[in-house]
Design a protein around this ligand. Structure first.
Ligand code: AMP
Ligand code: ZN
Length: 113
């Protein structure tokens, strides 16, 4: 499949791995928006939050346990951080493979620009 994040999972495109198991893969964002910026993605190709359903909800739930674990390991859990998933055109999703950004290590304004 011609998908950037599927290629990262397969190792066809290099990435800096943070965590991996049978269901998901986490790696450092190439253009970090904070001192910590990690992407967590399902190994199964799911396009976006719009494609989350009963068949893949366990994987998505599992990803959130991984997000919680990574935040603690990265030392950002206590001060707080942001989890973001961009969806489609208005959400400015640039890679059509479901991903959750973990961004932390700085205080972020809300709402975002
Ligand atoms: P989004 O705009 O929400 O679709 O997020 C896509 C993210 O993927 C952006 O934050 C990019 O910086 C990041 N990205 C794109 N290519 C790579 C890559 N080869 N390795 C790591 N992160 C990437
Ligand atoms: Zn994919």
């Amino acid at each position: 499949m011609d998908c950037l994040f599927c290629k990262i999972i397969n190792g066809d495109i290099p990435s800096t791995k943070v965590y991996e198991d049978d269901k998901c893969y986490a790696f450092r964002d190439i253009s970090p928006q904070g001192p910590t910026h990690i992407l967590v993605i399902p190994k199964e190709h799911i396009q976006s939050v719009n494609e989350i359903n009963d068949a893949n909800k366990d994987t998505v739930g599992h990803i959130f346990t991984v997000i919680s674990k990574i935040a603690k390991e990265e030392g950002i859990a206590e001060e707080g951080y942001r989890v973001v998933s961009n969806i489609g055109e208005y959400g400015q999703q640039t890679v059509p493979h479901l991903h959750f950004h973990i961004i932390g290590g700085r205080n972020m304004k809300w709402p975002p620009g």
